[in-house]
Write a protein that binds this ligand. Structure first.
Ligand code: ACO
Ligand code: OAA
Ligand code: MG
Length: 297
């Protein structure tokens, strides 16, 4: 079954308590951070803590991702330890070009070979956090067979654009970058993940922002605090009414096909191929979110 990625929670890797409890909050993916939430003097101990955590804690079926440092700032050591620990994917920060992905992939492949892991088993998420990366989004998204998704990192992006975030103005400063990233991901057939929302007490704006990025086509959102998870998961989980509507669409099109037609009206609305594909997608997501059993519909 397809992996659902509504929420990817950043967990600062220097905090042993957070590492231990990271799986308790219902995030679809956990993303241990070795990069910007870790001070320089804690980098080595944080890497060691994540290695131990991944080796010894049962995170069950949750996807385990680690955000590494730039290759010339400790990232090679991060890859060495994380591939050995057996994580699912590496998140590359501040990806600017396809070459950045190729460079990381070379190190990952070397370590896989050295420690006997299956070649290609460590996947890559590339975070795009600056204007050059945005302009190169499609070549980044297609730079490696290992890439399973791209994400926008808005805090660094607005900083490099010499602006700031304006959630109170519908985040218009992010519209171009979000559009580029979601188009690149869709054209490449991989996941598109939106950026963090930094006010951990403003659930109302978080919900509105999540509804908006869902409207653009994103699969999910990066998270910085457990309290944000239920808000985002709810927006990205098909609701009962949507599931019922998708089931009605599937029944209607079966009836049309039985009568030799590819189009039919349901409650005054036209149903044909793209609408059927959307209904199938809703049912797939509902299954992945545990709302429907495998085999239903
Ligand atoms: C721009 C970027 O690079 S963003 C990515 C890097 N940044 C991060 O990873 C930051 C992650 N988030 C955090 O560190 C924190 O949530 C903060 C600093 C934003 C807010 O901290 P607080 O106000 O103390 O959080 P809060 O009071 O809601 O914490 C409640 C509980 O959740 C835990 N928690 C909070 N955030 C996280 C997290 N990201 N992962 C795991 N557990 C967490 C706390 O340890 C606490 O647990 P406890 O009740 O057992 O003590
Ligand atoms: O990737 C993210 O959403 C967090 C981040 O590093 C940024 O916003 O710069
Ligand atoms: Mg960043």
């Amino acid at each position: 079954m397809e992996r659902i990625r509504r929420t990817m929670m950043f967990v600062p890797a220097s905090n042993a308590g957070m590492l231990r409890e990271a799986n308790l909050y219902g995030a679809d993916s956990i993303m241990f951070d070795l990069e910007d939430s870790i001070s320089l003097r804690e980098k080595d101990s944080a890497r060691f803590l994540v290695y131990q955590a991944v080796k010894t804690i049962d995170y069950e079926n949750t996807e385990i991702i680690v955000r590494i440092n730039a290759l010339d700032a400790g990232g090679r050591d991060d890859i060495e330890a994380m591939v050995r620990a057996g994580i699912d994917a590496v998140r590359l920060p501040k990806t600017e070009t396809a070459q950045d992905v190729a460079d990381a992939e070379e190190v990952i492949a070397e370590v896989e070979e050295k420690c006997g892991r299956k070649l290609g088993s460590t996947k890559i998420f590339a975070a795009i956090e600056g204007p050059l990366g945005v302009l190169n989004a499609y070549s980044i998204a297609t730079a490696s067979e290992r890439i399973i998704g791209i994400a926008i990192g808005a805090e660094d992006y607005v900083t490099s654009m010499k602006t700031r975030r304006y959630p109170e103005k519908n985040s218009e400063e992010l519209f171009f970058a979000r559009s580029m990233i979601v188009h690149a991901a869709r054209a490449a057939g991989i996941a598109a993940i939106d950026t963090v929302f930094s006010d951990v007490n403003d659930m109302d704006t978080l919900r509105k922002e999540t509804e908006f990025i869902k409207q653009l086509g994103f699969d999910g959102k990066s998270v910085i605090n457990p309290r944000q998870i239920p808000v985002i998961n709810k927006v990205f989980t098909p609701q009962k009414k949507e599931i019922e509507n998708a089931e009605d669409v599937m029944s209607a099109i079966k009836e049309a096909e039985a009568n030799g037609s590819g189009v039919i009206a349901l409650n005054g609305k036209m149903i044909d191929k793209p609408i059927v594909e959307r209904a199938q997608r809703t049912l797939q997501l509902a299954k992945a979110a545990g709302m429907l059993q495998e085999g239903e519909q």
